[in-house]
Ligand binder design. Structure first.
Ligand SMILES: Nc1ncnc2c1ncn2[C@@H]1O[C@H](COP(=O)(O)OP(=O)(O)OP(=O)(O)O)[C@@H](O)[C@H]1O
Ligand SMILES: [Mg+2]
Length: 555
């Protein structure tokens, strides 16, 4: 039966079986039997094969599942391990930070034992010698040497180029470090900028270390002119950056776009002129709601009629529990009452005997002159003071137009001269100031935008072509020379139009042991009482420190 045996599929076997059934012979019956047997066998084989395959698949699946499970487990373990590691690292960092915070947070001003051991007589000697007057409810002992401060090392490093603190620094640092509000009045060029910047750094990094991690501005310094704001910013950046403190300066006369972007970088210290600051606050681009250390530099200027409303608005945006410090070289009575509105029980430090105190390192020459002769006299003075045409001479005019006229006049006379005033673009102003600083244009005509705060090394002479509107401005103008202990000369042309200032100018000259020319005395000695538009002249009768202890040392 080769045909039967050849049938190799169940279908074929079934087909053959049918044929044989139809045949119905004995032979075919046999064959049917065999076929049935074969069919059974084939079915069995098929079933076994199927089962085997199923078993195999099952086994493979099991292995695969096992492998996947293992991989998954490994992956999970790896992930967990990594997470654990990160968590551990974070914990470690946190631990370190907490350690740092606690360490830093523990910093507070500690009076040095040498200071504690000073006798009252020794203290009096220091105050007397430096003409220091303290007013307030607490007499805080000064720091006489840098070693007397317990400033952290990196802060001491900021001061490494100086031999000792200036009197305003000696007096104010302990007061500000004790978180007291203060008014610090000291002559021009006496280091007031670091008097407030150093405590600002310590406030941020050591007294309230959480502030340095905060994304909000904590320290705000307000200055009256763009150039002064930029200069203070340069200082804050130079000394603050190595301490990890970010500063930013915002001022008018330039696009807001870059300043807005820079504000998003979360500076710690913001140095600003009032107008631009208010603009950016009102536009929602600048948030000063976290400011708890506020500095008004040139505070009397910031509080006078021109800026008063802006300052009010700005301060109302800061924290009410802030510390406020104010500095200037002049402190006219007209703004004193107003100043106290923004201060909490301040300690008032004055270095210098009088309300109006010029730097005695400046030789002050005052020449009374016929207004018609001013131009020719200026040329004579430049021939004398600017003979080399290389030394720095700063000439002050009163109005922008006058500055422009003088610049043209001197240019026609062959002088290498530039000017800085409100009609120049900010770019031109910066350029003129830079060229004056680097000596490429050492003769500069300026209006009072350059009168306050600018610290330009080696300005030898300040010439007042026209007398300023206030005696305070006179003190600030001449203070551009004779800085940080160096000497300088100011020469002022005084005409009959300025006679209202004759009395106060004479007082300033006398106080600084300078010669008072007879022609000036001839104008008479009345000192006009200044009035504030709100407080009038009656503020003199209001004493903001009624309950204060008062220590005064006169010459
Ligand atoms: N302890 C110090 N010893 C010597 N020089 C110092 C000391 N502290 C600051 N100075 C330097 O004194 C110069 C004048 O400082 P600064 O501009 O702060 O004076 P200022 O009192 O603010 O003057 P102004 O009233 O004109 O604004 C700067 O060049 C500064 O580097
Ligand atoms: Mg200053």
């Amino acid at each position: 039966m080769p045909g039967i045996l050849k049938a190799d599929s169940v279908e074929e076997t079934k087909k053959r079986k049918l044929e044989l059934v139809e045949d119905n012979t004995e032979k075919s019956k046999d064959e049917i039997k065999q076929l049935k047997k074969k069919l059974k066998k084939e079915k069995k084989e098929k079933k076994e094969k199927k089962e085997k395959k199923h078993k195999k698949d099952k086994k493979e699946k099991k292995v695969k599942d096992k492998k996947e499970k293992k991989e998954k487990k490994e992956k999970k373990e790896k992930k967990n391990k990594k997470e654990k590691e990160i968590k551990q690292e974070e914990k470690q960092e946190e631990k370190q930070e907490t350690k740092e915070i606690t360490l830093n947070g523990q910093w507070s001003y500690q009076e040095h034992e040498e200071i504690t051991n000073l006798s009252q007589e020794e203290l009096n000697q220091f105050w007397q010698k430096n003409n220091i007057e303290l007013k307030g409810d607490e007499i805080v002992r000064p720091i006489l040497e840098f070693k007397h401060s317990n400033f952290p090392e990196d802060i001491k490093n900021v001061l490494k180029n100086f031999k000792k603190p200036t009197p305003i620094q000696s007096s104010c640092w302990p007061i500000v470090m004790k978180k007291r509000d203060c008014i610090g009045i000291a002559k021009t060029g006496s280091g007031k900028t670091l008097t407030f910047l150093v405590p600002a750094f310590i406030h941020l990094k050591y007294i309230n270390p959480e502030l340095i991690k905060s994304k909000k501005i904590s320290v705000l310094v307000i200055a009256p002119t763009r150039e002064l704001a930029m200069q203070t910013y340069d200082n804050a950046k130079e000394f603050g950056e190595p301490l990890g403190i970010r500063s930013l300066c915002i001022y008018g006369g330039v696009q807001k776009y870059e300043q807005k972007n820079a504000l998003r970088q979360n500076p710690h210290i913001l140095i600003a002129t009032p107008g631009r600051l208010l603009d950016l606050i009102n536009e929602g681009a600048c948030d000063i709601s976290n400011v708890n250390f506020l500095v008004l530099d040139e505070a009397d200027r910031m509080l006078d009629n021109g800026f008063e409303q802006d300052i009010r608005n700005i301060i109302s945006n800061t924290r009410s529990d802030r510390q406020t410090v104010m500095f200037s070289a002049t402190w006219p009575q007209s703004i004193q009452k107003l100043a106290h509105e923004f201060l909490k029980n301040p300690i008032h430090i004055t270095i210098g005997s009088a309300e109006l105190h010029a730097n005695e390192n400046i030789k002050q020459i005052v020449e009374v002159i016929d207004p018609k002769q001013k131009e020719s006299r200026l040329i004579e003075l430049l021939k004398k003071y600017h003979k080399t045409r290389k030394n720095r001479v700063l000439v002050f005019a009163l109005y922008k137009k006058e500055a422009i006229r003088l610049e043209n006049f001197l240019q026609r006379r062959g002088y290498n001269v530039a000017s800085i005033h409100g009609d120049k673009s900010q770019e031109q102003r910066i350029q003129a100031l830079n060229n004056f600083k680097n000596g490429s244009c050492p003769l500069l005509i300026a209006t009072d935008v350059a009168a306050r705060g600018l610290d330009i090394p080696n300005v030898e002479y300040v010439l007042n072509y026209t007398f300023p509107l206030t005696i305070e401005d006179y003190i600030h103008r001449i203070g551009r020379t004779g800085r940080a202990g160096s000497s300088g000369t100011s020469h002022t042309l005084f005409t009959q139009y300025d006679k209202a200032h004759a009395g106060e100018l004479s007082n300033v000259l006398r106080d600084a042991h300078q010669e008072v020319p007879e022609a000036l005395r001839n104008f008479g000695g009345t000192v006009k009482k200044k009035e504030h538009k709100i407080y009038g002249a009656f503020f003199r009768e209001i004493d903001p420190n009624v309950k204060s202890t008062h220590v005064t040392f006169d010459d």
